[in-house]
Design a protein around this ligand. Structure first.
Ligand code: GLV
Length: 333
């Protein structure tokens, strides 16, 4: 039987399913530090199922038989794809199944932040509510405002679709190597492509939905925040590192923008604690895809990818979501 690592706890029935095909080493602890992760591979694993664990050249070197790493996430910035390609190791991810769930949660943050839901709930819980006041927790509207989407990909189009129901104008910008979406998609979403600067100047609410890459590091920093309206909201459901969190703390304190909703952070779970000093920000612990149905769909897809890539099951040899399909069929190097 081929050997696999399941790098952190997932649905037990998915582990049982994998056991039908593989000898499974299921880590029951949390995120494994690189050295420990490497140790799990030294017994010649053939595959692994990860959820954000960093897989780089040194991990791959420790596992000379490893042929596939299946990430239970759409983002795969935890994979060093140059190292995967050099070693002929296949990476897979779980796109599409989380688009709507992610957009729903982004929408929730985008409503909670400008309507100051978390901030006012803390006030109520602290027993500070004494009277009604015309200007208590005054915020800004979503309905009829301008939505800016940075990263109009599979996920980014989902909030843009929701914007119709809120009578919002949609403008968008794409990241470094992507430009416009197809004209028919633009027409359907009634979305206008604009430069990043234009977008930042015009938006009432901006949502970030782009993958993390080195080029996208600090896509939003001091300069960008300075372009935004003092009434604007920033929502980040993408990846830590796309926003310069220290710059955001300063911009929020200085009221350069009104508010932010963040589900992802630089260095998470060790996020910048200065964010806790800012009342006008809604903070959630990377739970954007966390519904029962979607997490199950992601786990099932990650298992499907692994089983198929290791030549087992009904799709043997044809994993549904290869990131670097060119390595399929090539000998491990
Ligand atoms: C979640 O962050 C994902 O990339 O799926």
């Amino acid at each position: 039987m081929q050997k696999i690592l399941v790098a952190r706890p997932i649905f037990p029935d998915v582990v049982e399913w994998l056991k039908q095909y593989f000898d499974v080493d299921a880590n029951q602890g949390d995120l494994l530090p690189t050295e420990e992760l490497t140790r799990h591979f030294t017994d010649n694993k053939d595959g692994a199922l990860t959820a954000g664990e960093p897989i780089n050249a040194s991990v791959l070197a420790a596992a000379p038989r490893l042929r596939v790493v299946s990430n239970m996430a759409v983002g795969y910035n935890n994979f060093d794809m140059a190292a995967f390609n050099a070693a002929n190791v296949l990476g897979t991810n779980t796109p599409d199944v989380l688009n709507e769930t992610t957009a729903d949660f982004g929408w929730a943050l985008m409503m909670a932040a400008p309507r100051r839901i978390a901030e006012s709930e803390h006030y109520l819980r602290a027993g500070l509510w004494q009277k009604w006041s015309y200007d208590a927790f005054i915020g800004s509207d979503l309905y009829g405002s301008t939505l800016g989407v940075i990263g109009m990909g599979r996920i980014g189009q989902a909030p843009a679709r929701r914007a119709k129901g809120f009578n919002m104008q949609v403008i968008y910008h794409n990241y470094h190597n992507r430009t416009r979406v197809l004209p028919e998609i633009e027409a359907k979403l009634n979305a206008e492509y604009v430069s990043k600067q234009d977008l930042l100047r015009r938006v009432d609410h901006v949502v970030l939905v782009l993958p993390y890459t080195q080029e996208n590091h600090h896509t939003i920093g001091t300069v960008e925040l300075a372009l935004m309206k003092p009434t604007a909201t920033l929502t980040d459901i993408a990846r830590g590192g796309i926003v310069d969190d220290a710059a955001l703390v300063e911009a929020l304190h200085a009221k350069q923008i009104a508010t932010a909703g963040l589900d992802v952070f630089e260095g998470e779970p060790n996020f910048n604690r200065d964010l806790l000093t800012v009342p006008n920000v809604v903070l959630t612990p990377h739970i954007v895809s966390a519904t029962e149905a979607t997490r199950r769909a992601m786990a099932n897809l990650a298992a499907d990818n692994l089983i198929a890539a290791l030549g087992e099951g009904p799709r043997a040899g044809r994993p549904p979501n290869p990131i670097n399909p060119d390595v399929i069929g090539k000998a491990r190097s």
